[in-house]
Write a new protein. Structure first.
Length: 83
C-alpha cells in the first residue's frame, strides 16, 4: 500500500496517520484519540480521521473498537513497516 502513489495527498495522509499511530502506541502502549490524530496530522475534520481509520483497518494496519476511546492498536504489519 505504501510503496506506490505516496505523492497522492490521501495516501500521504494515510501514511502519516499510520506512522503517528504506530509511534504513539509504541511510546505509550495505548492508542491515540481521534483528536490527537487530527491535531498531529493537521486534518481539519474528525470525519476524515474516522474514514482514514476505516481504510487502515481494512488494509490490515490497525485494529480498534469503534466508539470507544484509545482502542486503536497498530498491527504487526504496520509496526514492521514503520521501524
Amino acid at each position: 500500500m505504501w510503496d506506490s502513489e505516496l505523492e497522492d495527498p490521501r495516501s500521504h495522509r494515510l501514511w502519516k496517520t499510520a506512522q503517528f499511530i504506530a509511534g504513539f502506541w509504541t511510546e505509550n502502549r495505548y492508542g491515540p484519540t481521534l483528536r490527537e490524530i487530527q491535531q498531529s496530522i493537521g486534518i481539519p475534520s474528525l470525519t476524515t480521521v474516522r474514514d482514514d481509520l476505516v481504510t487502515l483497518k481494512a488494509g490490515g494496519f490497525i485494529t480498534y473498537l469503534p466508539k470507544q476511546a484509545r482502542t486503536i492498536v497498530p498491527t504487526d504489519t504496520l509496526l514492521a513497516q514503520t521501524k
